[in-house]
Design a protein around this ligand. Structure first.
Ligand SMILES: N[C@H](CCC[C@H](N)C(=O)O)C(=O)O
Length: 264
């Protein structure tokens, strides 16, 4: 049976998007890995399944390329209104998100960040503002939940960190029972951050939307950033703003590259 898909990306963080609003699509970890494989499949960082909403326009489920299902994906959330061609509400396991079409992409209200250790979760109680832990050259991170769990290390130069080496060690540390996404960020001014991400279940990506949200939220919590910030990721820039009610508003590109069919 052929499966229709859309190939999309947000700043090079790429997705296979399956629109199952008109008919259920069976997915499991093995099929996700097959579809995500960049040699024998279509290839993507995450696989996104869109379904019919009841209280919202659509539902969205997210799997990393390793087959793990996760709670949030910022860059993919911006792809949904682009695919639908209109503003929309999206139900995810992490809650309802509101997405608006904007110039060359979308703006998404990613909700309020969480800072309690149980939300991430951590294996035991810890101050998530400046955690008393370290791995190699990286230490004293902040921890932030944006539907999915993130560590944020503020460093002088994110490109001087061998993230491909240290990322998997941190991702799978027993302190993180559900693993974790790892962000390294350099603050250039109160309005500009340069950052990179080692993603849980996907590795180094060109961009991580929830990582940008977590980095912004951590910087705001530490009094280091203004209420609107440009974040420069390897694949391009996102704008993060804090709303009056403390929500994270993320704006940036989202591109539909091609549609196709597969028998995978
Ligand atoms: N790797 C993440 C999911 C994808 C997040 C990222 N692609 C984004 O744009 O937010 C996790 O395991 O929580």
């Amino acid at each position: 049976m052929t499966l229709r898909f859309h190939k999309m990306h947000g700043l090079g963080n790429d997705f296979v998007v399956i629109d199952a609003r008109k008919g259920a699509v069976a997915l499991d970890a093995a099929r996700v890995r097959a579809l995500a494989d960049r040699r024998t499949g279509i290839g993507c960082d995450q696989l996104i399944l869109i379904g019919p909403g009841t209280e919202t326009d659509v539902t969205m489920r997210i799997w990393n390329g390793d087959g793990s299902e996760v709670q949030a994906c910022g860059n993919a959330t911006r792809c949904v209104p682009v695919l639908l061609g209109r503003d929309c509400t999206i139900e995810t396991v992490a809650g309802t998100l509101h997405a608006r079409l904007a110039d060359n992409g979308a703006t998404v209200d990613m909700g309020a960040p969480r800072f309690d250790w149980e939300a991430l979760p951590l294996a035991f109680a810890m101050d998530t503002r400046r955690m008393p832990v370290g791995w190699g050259l990286l230490d004293t991170p902040a921890a932030v939940g944006v539907g999915n769990p993130h560590l944020v290390f503020f460093v002088d130069d994110p490109y001087a960190i061998d993230l491909a080496a240290i990322g998997p060690e941190i991702e799978t540390d027993p302190l993180f029972p559900e693993r974790i996404n790892v962000n390294v960020a350099g603050i250039r001014s109160r309005g500009e951050v340069v950052m990179r991400t080692w993603e849980r279940g996907a590795g180094l990506t060109q961009a991580c939307g929830t990582g940008a949200c977590a980095t912004f939220a951590a910087g705001r919590r530490l009094g280091l950033l203004d209420a609107t910030v440009r974040l420069d990721l390897p694949g391009g820039a996102l704008t993060l703003a804090e709303s009056d009610d403390g929500h994270l508003l993320m704006s940036g590109p989202a591109v539909h590259v091609f549609s196709g069919e597969t028998s995978l």
